[in-house]
Design a protein around this ligand. Sequence first.
Ligand SMILES: *Cc1c(COP(=O)(O)O)cnc(C)c1O
Length: 394
Amino acid sequence: MHEADFTLSAGPTISSSRVQQALGSPIPFDYDPAFLAHFADTQRLTGELFRTTKDVVLMQGEAVLGLEATARAVVRPGMRCLNLVSGVYAAWFGDWLRSYGAEVSELKVPYDEAIDPGAVAAELERLGEVELVALVHSETPSGIENPLAEIAPLAKKAGALMYADVVSALGGTAVEIDEWGVDIAVAGCQKCLGGPPGISLCVVSEEAWAAIDANPSAPRGTFVSLLDWRETWLASGGAKFPYTPSVSDVNGVHAAISECLEHGLEEVIARHAAAARACRAGAEAMGLELWPRSHDYAANCVTAIRCPEGVGVAETLAHIRERYGVMLSGGYGELAEKVFRIGHMGTGSRSLYPLVSVSALAQGLADLGVEVDVGAAAAATLESLAASGAAVTA
Ligand SMILES: *Cc1c(COP(=O)(O)O)cnc(C)c1O
């Protein structure tokens, strides 16, 4: 069996030929001066993408490693944390916080809504002392974007550290680490950047390092140790690794980030927004209902669509994959059999990819006997893309 002709899933996403070439380039000795310089340059470019001068740590594993490593480093037993839950990843993060012994309060909204900054301000006020506020910027499982820009300053004002999972936000929507005052952020490369699923891009502020220093349970001497990276790579000024980095993945990440920055971050974000608008227009014209209650907080990375009556998510996706060679995603966790998800990230946000995904979903559902307007879906998607003009191929 070969891979799908079109990978328009919730991630990993389609990689460009430049990224593929980088992944296929020679594998050097990690202490080859050329690789040391390349690693440092990857770190520098990552900081540029995050719009930050804070420390960047490239953890050598898929984004879950970065999330776990940063959380375990900063969270000490008894730490008062406010976890903002609007989806599956945030709920999972809460389980981690509790397992590290934190005293966790949660502000929860239904998974088809976004977190309201006003409610966060009120909750911070009510709780009094809070040391860390955690938010998933872009909830990939439900296609919802939370207002990190408004929430981070509230956390700072309350004297708390702001922890943000920006795994599927970076490169697809604005992420302004310094301007907003985010202390810890973790991104992945296999979402909006169209890179390999192998490295966690992490940001750590001075305040976060201070909290880590004050945490006796911050891991040391393990693969998940953020401190090991600070005490080797950062402390040596880029001369010493804690262990051999995933050199091929570093090459892929370097290529993916370079490509994004060369296209222009703002242009790339506008392209993701245009693809998301087009998919929403197509889904609604088809006669389906979006999962997010409002377009205002529908994410740029994926479009989540409610599964209509009469079919199952898994059977529909299998049919679309088999008949048309298009790989879309279903729901995840609690939303598994409730939603379809169209990914429009990285290369998949370009050109007419939204037409491919929307048409595949529409025709696939029609094949299975669901009453959908295939023609209207395609027309609305194209009309929306046309209205976005040059943004579509930026
Ligand atoms: C993709 C993603 C992760 C990482 O999870 P994987 O499924 O292992 O890739 C974490 N948080 C968010 C918001 C994500 O989109």
